[in-house]
Design a protein around this ligand. Sequence first.
Ligand code: IMP
Length: 202
Amino acid sequence: MLRKELGKGTLSRIYLITSNRHKVEEANIALKPFGIEVKQLHIKRLEIQSDDLVEIAIFSLREVINLVNERPLVVEDAGLFIPALKGFPGPYSSFVYKTIGCQGILKLMEGVEDRRAYFKSVVVYYDDDVGMKVFEGTVWGKIATEVRGTQGFGFDPIFIPEGSTRTFAEMGPEEKTKYSHRGRAFRALGYWIRNILEQQSK
Ligand code: IMP
């Protein structure tokens, strides 16, 4: 728990509930400069259907709080939003990836001039003292015209972040995390934890 750990002067470990090892790797890259290690907890999460990533993440975290002893707990939910497709696939990104995949999105985008898109990540932190705290990160970019690169996961091969000419799948995890929605959300968590630690040590 945050305050108990604070008594010892450091908070060195958080537990991310996910089956996705890439998320754990990226969260570790983002939080390492803050001295925080991210451990993976494999627990099946229930994901409700909702238009709101925050609601989905909070619901799934609430479901598992009493099932595990590890603290602090973190869940992360993310999605790809394409304005030309009215925000699709958004909160349905996981299902859409499993069904039509990157090729399906490229097909929907055929002949579409406005290729802008953004990824959004919602990170929900929980410990028994502080309760829940939500952090968000967004990265704008565009949908490529073909699948490019072999690294990462999900829609990485078709997303080119602003400021780069390469897709996320053409970057290593370190470089992706500099730009990414997940990097931004986890860094926001890192700054918040650092802030509390500094306040406590005054
Ligand atoms: P999740 O529910 O947070 O696992 O994310 C839903 C889906 O969005 C995933 O299955 C991926 O297809 C996609 N997604 C989320 N984050 C990323 C990312 O960083 N890169 C590529 N695809 C992502």
